[in-house]
Design a protein around this ligand. Structure first.
Ligand code: ZN
Length: 187
């Protein structure tokens, strides 16, 4: 019987540690033929969201990377089902555009000669909780890798070409998800 208070104390400690954890999310990426293309992790920090790329199977060179507004990576639709760039308020595309950028715009990333891409970037333009800047609205969000570099200027997507890899961003730590939207027919 003397063990009981210890167990309760441990449980309370575990619960408070869990509550202190900041939101975290992951996107399991796939290419247009449905192959696994690695993962992208999202970690909320006090200074923004740290985005870490661990990808493979990409064409070597520069690629535009954006958060798109819907969590839908349908290969038959060539990932167009992910919608436009995440931007809750009307904004222009690109870091070098007046009235820009979209909060879902991220800097170009560069695949190595073997098609791997290991990098990280920090952004404070969106967040992983359920607040105003959250990417987790009712239909979620997706991370898209484009065929070409983002010129940071052209509308609506930086002349970055086809969508070649896509991953639905799934929260692994954080507040309870908002109620999901009804499944749409094209899904
Ligand atoms: Zn954009």
């Amino acid at each position: 019987m003397r063990k009981t208070p210890v167990c309760i104390a441990l449980l309370l400690c575990a619960a408070s540690a869990l509550a202190a954890q900041k939101p975290h999310a992951v996107a399991h990426m796939k290419t247009l033929d449905g192959s696994n293309a690695g993962t992208v992790e999202f970690a909320q920090t006090n200074h923004g969201v740290l985005v870490t790329f661990d990808l493979h199977g990409l064409p070597p060179g520069a690629h535009a990377i954006h958060i798109h507004t819907s969590g839908n990576c349908d290969t038959r639709a060539k990932f167009t089902s992910a919608g436009p760039h995440f931007s809750p308020e009307p904004k222009n595309h690109g870091f070098m555009t007046k009235g820009g950028p979209h909060p879902g715009d991220l800097p170009n990333q560069f695949a190595a000669a073997d098609g791997s891409l290991h990098a990280s970037t920090l952004t404070n333009m969106f967040a992983l909780g359920n607040g105003k800047k959250s990417i987790f609205d009712r239909d979620g969000a997706a991370l898209i890798v484009h065929a070409k570099a983002d010129d940071y200027t052209s509308q609506p997507a930086g002349n970055s070409g086809d969508r070649i890899a896509c991953g639905v961003i799934v929260r692994t730590v954080g507040p309870k998800a908002r109620k999901a939207a009804k499944q749409t027919a094209h899904r």
